[in-house]
Design a protein around this ligand. Sequence first.
Ligand code: ZN
Ligand code: ZN
Ligand code: ZN
Ligand code: ZN
Length: 351
Amino acid sequence: MECADNPRNKCAACYRQFNRMEHLVDHMRTLFHSVHEPTCGVCKKHCRSFESLREHLIGPLPKQECRNAFNIRGCKFCLAILDSPYALRVHQDRCQLSGVNHGISAYMANLGLRDSLTIDNGYSRGPQVVALACKTVGGGSDRSLDLCARVCIIDEKENIIFHTYVKPPIPVTNYRYETTGIRPEHLRDAMPLRQVQRKVQDFLCNGEPTWKIRSPKGGKARILVGHGLDHDLDKMQVEYPPIMIRDTAKYPPLMKTSKLSNSLKYLTQAYLGYDIQNGIQDPYEDCVATMRLYVRMRRQVHRRQDYPLASDPQNRNNFASWRQNELERMSPEEMLAISRSDYYCWCLDSA
Ligand SMILES: [Zn+2]
Ligand SMILES: [Zn+2]
Ligand SMILES: [Zn+2]
Ligand SMILES: [Zn+2]
């Protein structure tokens, strides 16, 4: 700190100041700064997540200049800085969304109207995106084993594609009625788990063998959006390649810290501006919230680069291939220019 402001040793992305150039080089090797990080609209500082950008803008120790601009023309949902207070009003009216009427979806699930998933054999255009959510009931003698009891899948336009109760393979010992709204009669003649598993699996792969799914582009398999999908897929015994999964609980820009997820309830409140999961929870509501978060993240405008990921073979060791002394001679901006993201930014789905 005593080695005051030496712009030579200041990270061009997060503005951290280092006493020695070699420390800045180490920082750049491990931080994976990139054009895909959430960035302050005023000072252009890169943040690891929207949570840390929010902190940068509103506190507890905000940067004064940035806070002032944010107070006047910053969107409290997506954290963008608009050109004027008027532009902000117009923007924020669209940025804040309202909840969905899930009475209709519950009605259809009761009628069993939406349980025939169809496979379109790849005739549809482009990669298709669907969101999935489950609700679980309890099984086992201590009633804590999660059993999938309700599944919903929607398309990008929030239309219900699949919505059904599921009959678990073992007895239910806790219906968790206060949050699931599920009663024994809902599950008695419901679709057996095995059948649900097969339908969902086939629907996601869409005629593509699982081993062939290597990229979100070009194939017939669908991009799957959700929150905590590991858990949902595990309960349904569905296997799906990570490369096709967009999980709002695991996407670094939406996480609380590098290890901790935010809840879907929090994300929906903070980034979309409405409340979910009050009282009885409908998986349709979760599907809509995750899909909206996904679409918003995909819409981010980031500079296009030929090989945007640190893991792209063309970039492998993009730092290691340079000698330490070569890196130390670069300017912080030059180092940032060769740095690439260590996560797949969802804006890349829009190309
Ligand atoms: Zn940095
Ligand atoms: Zn991006
Ligand atoms: Zn700033
Ligand atoms: Zn906004």
